[in-house]
Design a binder for this molecule. Structure first.
Ligand code: NAG
Ligand code: NAG
Ligand code: NAG
Ligand code: NAG
Length: 395
């Protein structure tokens, strides 16, 4: 039995066009950029790729032949050896491929449309290269793809709406590219958990997003409109919308998302934050960053009800009124960081802010407070009285 299996293995051969695709892949890399101990330097075509010992053809996995004596390549996961080259059109001949990882190398040029033939691909990572051009010619062919990571390249153009047909997707990362246009509605991607489109050039409103989403990163784009719709995505744990042009309100429904751990809406044009007394209890929220918006009104007293909150940043807004006395009891436990600088807060500060035992980073500078600079958190001083007219007498 053992002998029979061994014989089958020895005589099985890699499908010829699969071997040719590997040869073409190597040929399209500058030979000077294939370091001696790298995976690709182990590719020795005097042997058969799938019929070699583990010392040859590193980075390649093959299917078990079973009844069929022809082996197929099912996985290419290269090392980050600095390979500098193009991705060959022949990649599309590897129709049994389930995993392709070329991340953290120096591949460049456009991605070939033949990628659309890789119907069995479940994982593709091309992150950290210099790929250029668009993705519309191939991406919707990846019918079984679960995870796509194209981050940190020079890719451009729109995300084709047909991406919403790739229903197995759980993970999309297109961050740090030059993608543009509107983000298509992808609420059909019901398995999607992670969407990272940060640091691109997307415009327009928030798209319709899938309800299973856990992590949403849209930072550093030019998105606009309201963010209210996020309040219905109950699985969200992480939201980063920073550095866009969102307007309107940080709504109650967002702040009461049952799993939300971090909310970063800094560097937008949001006008209000809706925290009321019913909110907070049991919330896992740890980080609230809404600095550099256009928030008006008083500081929300009910922030003290968020038992897990540790970092609060509401700096550079138009907030007025007093620092709530209740904030004093939260300092240091659990609040570790409180930035309220560059607003128009006025009046006295709660006495706990002047405690030598206080272990907190933060600032109350550039307000209209009575905040002696001898107290560390008051360092930097306050606005001149002329900038505070109308604030001081407000209460
Ligand atoms: C054997 O594999 C080849 C290449 O994948 C395929 O074309 C052929 O149909 C297979 N034959 C059988 C009997 O599975
Ligand atoms: C492999 O891919 C190349 C380029 O896309 C194509 O010209 C060739 O016909 C393919 N070979 C096979 C056997 O499918
Ligand atoms: C929030 O966003 C800003 C701007 O993009 C960034 O500097 C900051 O590190 C982010 N994270 C937190 C936890 O505030
Ligand atoms: C702050 O506390 C120190 C020591 O407890 C005290 O001497 C000082 O007067 C206080 N300063 C203010 C402004 O309350």
């Amino acid at each position: 039995m053992v002998l029979a299996l061994t014989l089958t293995f020895v005589h099985s051969l890699t499908l010829r066009s699969d071997t040719e695709a590997l040869q073409a892949l190597r040929r399209s890399i500058d030979p000077n950029m294939i370091p001696p101990s790298s995976y690709i330097s182990s590719w020795d075509f005097s042997a058969d790729p799938c019929d070699s010992t583990g010392a040859k053809f590193l980075g390649i996995l093959c299917s078990n032949p079973g009844d069929n004596s022809t082996n197929r390549i099912i996985s290419i996961e290269l090392d980050s050896a600095g390979y500098d080259g193009f991705l060959t059109h022949n990649i599309g001949n590897l129709t049994e491929l389930t995993s392709l990882d070329l991340s953290r190398n120096q591949f460049r040029g456009p991605l070939p449309d033949t990628l659309k033939n890789l119907k069995k691909l479940t994982q593709i990572s091309l992150s950290g290269n210099f790929f250029t051009g668009g993705i519309a010619g191939w991406i919707d062919g990846l019918r079984n793809v679960e995870s796509i990571d194209l981050s940190e390249n020079l890719l451009s153009g729109p995300i084709p709406p047909r991406i919403s047909e790739l229903r197995r997707l759980t993970h999309i990362s297109f961050s740090n590219n030059e993608f543009s246009g509107r983000i298509p509605d992808i609420n059909g991607l019901w398995k999607l958990q992670t969407l990272d489109l940060g640091s691109n050039m997307f415009v327009g409103n928030l798209p319709k997003l899938p309800t299973k989403l856990r992590s949403l990163t849209l930072s550093h784009n030019q998105l606009s409109g309201h963010i209210t719709s996020l309040g219905s995505l109950k699985e969200l744990r992480y939201i980063d919308l920073s550095d866009n042009k969102f307007t309107g309100s940080i709504t109650r429904s967002i702040l009461s998302l049952p799993e939300l751990n971090q909310l970063n809406v800094s560097f937008n044009q949001l006008a209000s934050i809706e925290v009321n007394t019913h909110l907070g209890s049991g919330s896992p929220l740890q980080v609230l960053n809404a600095q550099r918006n256009r928030l008006q009104g008083h500081l929300p007293v009910s922030l003290v009800n968020f038992e897990n909150l540790q970092e609060i940043n509401l700096a550079y807004n138009g907030l007025t009124g007093r620092v709530p006395v209740a904030y004093g009891q939260r300092l240091g436990r659990p609040w570790k960081s409180l930035f309220l600088d560059d607003n128009f807060l006025s009046g006295r500060i709660p006495r706990q802010f002047n405690s030598s035992a206080l272990r907190i980073s933060g600032s109350l500078a550039n307000n209209c407070l009575s905040c002696p600079v001898t107290i560390p958190i008051c360092g930097g001083g306050q606005r001149p009285a002329s900038a505070c007219i109308g604030e001081i007498g407000n209460h």
